[in-house]
Design a protein around this ligand. Structure first.
Ligand SMILES: NC(=O)c1ccc[n+]([C@@H]2O[C@H](COP(=O)([O-])OP(=O)(O)OC[C@H]3O[C@@H](n4cnc5c(N)ncnc54)[C@H](OP(=O)(O)O)[C@@H]3O)[C@@H](O)[C@H]2O)c1
Length: 365
């Protein structure tokens, strides 16, 4: 390694875990106009890393996220935005670190500040245009490296006692969860059913819906129920009970919910939809158990339901999340850390789903 190179894990192409390659000589990026250079302290893992590596986003794929190479997938629609990405690519959206250099025109007072990164890249001439967005670590190099560059408007100094690794659990999951709740206009009178509640987005949904005063019902695997309970949902249900309405009745005294916030999808989906009350809202940001579902249109129209997709948050959602962190209204759920060099092992653990919350790699010397 020289001062022109750095340690990084690069994704060499779509495929299995062996496509993640550690390099000690990857070119160190230089901040361009309006950008900052960040020395990364830690970077959280996400399913986007896995789904992009395996090409799961391709519409040719119909099964659950498994983490293995999907040989049937096409590569021209294999990234989240439906367009190909280039390789080698440093993935990693949820980077936390210190600004060490600024490019021309970027605010110099950022140097030395510990920052979190808003992972949604904008066209700053049209920041509200969701069609002109990218994802840090997908459309540009991200945080599984010693250094990263990003537009100065994507970095947020953060005043918090949490470690870099703890702060690296927030960016994607919490801006996704907050956007889901905003899209479904969740407020104090709502009962929100949350799938995948032990995961990154699900655990964020519990905390963020609770802070709005909604009543939360968390669905998770039995072995994770105790950990989920610590987040204070009004009730916890198993991952996929046979009779969801009956379980709801037992747990909260009502057989229906006003909102379903779903990141799981798959075969169980029809029961989630069928648990919605008249005028209920279904909001979805993921389909880890599978993207193809059985949809009875009668449930949808006869009950006046609203279906909402949710991916790109408008500018401002991340700033709200940073405020909640600084005020102590949400707390990080860091399950485990791995050194950068062990990203493959970290991703293997992430895919095994034995953990609660999220996993991060640390990038110190
Ligand atoms: N649209 C976006 O911008 C966006 C952003 C973030 C994430 N996502 C997507 O949302 C989904 C969840 O993300 P996440 O970060 O919360 O994931 P995660 O941390 O991996 O958690 C997913 C949870 O889903 C539960 N689950 C239920 N059925 C499952 C199955 N068949 N396979 C695996 N897990 C299953 C697991 O909990 P139990 O074992 O307790 O049931 C697991 O903890 C992913 O598909 C991800 O790609 C989308």
């Amino acid at each position: 390694m020289t001062n022109k190179t750095m340690r990084a894990v690069v994704l060499a192409g779509h495929g299995d875990l062996d496509k993640l390659v550690f390099r000690g000589d990857y070119p160190k990026p230089e901040p361009g106009r309006g950008e900052v250079l960040i020395r990364v302290g830690a970077c959280g893992l996400n399913n986007t890393d896995v789904n992009t590596r395996t090409a799961w986003y391709s519409q040719t794929v119909t099964g659950a996220t498994t983490g293995g190479a999907l040989s049937s997938a096409k590569s021209d629609d294999a990234a989240w935005g439906g367009k190909p990405i280039s390789f080698p690519r440093v993935q990693g959206a949820d980077a936390v670190g210190t600004v060490v250099e600024t490019g021309e025109g970027a605010e110099k007072s950022l140097i030395g500040k510990r920052v979190m990164i808003d992972c949604w890249l904008r066209d700053w001439n049209e920041p509200e245009n969701a069609n002109k967005t990218g994802y840090f670590g997908s459309e540009c190099d991200g945080g599984f490296a010693e250094y990263a560059t990003v537009d100065a408007r994507n970095v947020y100094p953060v005043n918090s006692e949490w470690s870099d690794a703890e702060l690296a659990t927030f960016s994607t999951s919490y801006s996704t969860a907050e956007n889901m709740l905003n899209r479904a206009a969740v407020g104090g009178g709502d009962i929100v059913l949350i799938t995948g509640a032990s995961g990154g987005v699900g655990s964020a949904l519990i905390q963020l819906a609770n802070r709005r005063g909604a009543k939360t019902v968390a669905m998770c695997g039995a072995e994770k129920a105790e950990a989920v309970r610590a987040l204070n949902p009004a009730a916890i249900l198993p991952r996929a009970p046979d009779d969801l309405r009956a379980e709801l009745q037992k747990a909260i005294g009502a057989s229906e919910v006003t909102v379903a916030a779903d990141v799981v999808g798959g075969e169980y989906w029809k029961r989630i939809i069928n648990a919605l009350a008249r005028r209920g809202r279904y909001v979805c940001s993921g389909a880890i158990a599978g993207p193809i579902v059985e949809f009875d249109l009668r449930v949808f129209y006869l009950r006046d339901l609203t279906l909402l997709g949710s991916t790109v948050p408008p500018p401002g959602a991340f700033a709200d999340v940073v405020r909640y962190i600084e005020r102590g209204e949400v707390r990080p759920l860091l399950a485990q850390t791995f050194p950068l060099e062990k990203l493959r092992e970290a991703q293997r653990a992430f895919i095994a789903k034995k953990h609660f919350g999220n996993i991060a790699v640390t990038v110190g010397k």
